[in-house]
Design a protein around this ligand. Structure first.
Ligand SMILES: [Zn+2]
Length: 292
């Protein structure tokens, strides 16, 4: 968990990192969050500051309006009323957001999408998810499940996806899928996406696997562009660390697929792994503004 005391202008006063304790189950994780948040509020007061709101971001399906962590594969949340429990414990107004969506808010307002009104943030790591941010506000959808870019089917009948479908973008172009595909073709069982990226100049198989992933990403992202017509596409997550090795061929493949719609500018994320944390603070401040 990345935690911070954030000022209203988005600058950070203090940062902390803690283990999530996901293996101990959702109740232990929730209690851990409450304790750390209370500790941060106490730290703020000890530094002579006044905490005004608390923002939390979690993965999975998030009901932002009611502040409920509806479902999460890796933490095991099932309808946990995190916002309410935070407000009870801390006595401060709280907001709950989705990790990728708040990361998108932070990138759009403080990071690589700064100054743009229509931003799509795509996090490409172990999984793939996206957040549409319009005028600095994340779009969460009717059920809190908007932005599941990784589960757009780009190869019907293709490889099995953890969601149960076949040929999802995530099953081909996530860091996990890239590592697994390379391992399958090369016989090097400990290969990762990093192995692929770092050997594309010398290894034909790595080049092939990378190209397959880029083509799949271009198919998925051109679909997103047809739907949303953003001016800037911010790429985050572990795979974005490949920089131009990702952006140059991805831009080329997307341009090949364009007909009448317009290309977004493609950039890598600027805030690194603190985007979610800063975005959670922005969400809390927005919530405070709305309830005034
Ligand atoms: Zn899927």
């Amino acid at each position: 968990m990345k935690c911070a005391l954030v000022r209203p202008d988005g600058t950070v006063h203090h940062e902390e990192r803690h283990p999530t304790l996901a293996s101990r189950g959702p109740e232990a994780v929730t209690e851990n969050i409450l304790q750390i948040a209370a500790g941060l509020a106490a730290k703020a007061r000890a530094d002579g500051l006044e905490p005004v709101a608390v923002g939390i971001a979690v993965p999975g399906v998030v009901d932002e309006e009611n502040g409920v962590a509806v479902w999460s594969a890796n933490v095991g949340f099932r309808d946990v009323p995190i916002k309410q429990r935070l407000e009870e414990r801390l006595g401060l107004p709280a907001a709950l957001g989705h990790d990728v969506r708040v990361g998108g808010i932070a990138e759009a307002r403080l990071g690589a999408g700064r100054g743009e009104r229509h931003v799509l943030f795509a996090a490409i790591g172990t999984g793939i998810a996206a957040a549409l941010v319009i005028n600095g506000v994340g779009y969460h959808g009717a059920h809190g499940a908007a932005g599941e870019l990784g589960h757009i089917v780009v190869r019907p009948g293709g490889p099995e996806c953890p969601c149960g479908a076949r040929g999802c973008l995530e099953a081909i172009a996530s860091a996990r899928a890239i590592g697994a595909r390379y391992a399958e073709l090369s016989g090097k069982s400990d290969a990762t996406a990093f192995t692929v990226v770092s050997s594309i100049n010398t290894d034909k198989v790595a080049r092939l696997v990378w190209h397959e992933a880029i083509e799949a990403l271009a198919d998925g992202l051109i679909t997103a562009q047809a739907l949303f017509d953003v001016s800037v596409l911010v790429l985050g997550g572990g795979l974005a660390e490949a920089g131009d090795t990702l952006i140059t061929p991805l831009t080329r493949e997307m341009e090949k697929r364009l007909t009448f719609h317009r290309m977004p500018r493609i950039v890598t994320a600027a805030l690194g792994d603190t985007a979610g944390c800063k975005g959670a603070a922005l969400l809390a401040l927005d919530h405070l503004e709305q309830t005034k």
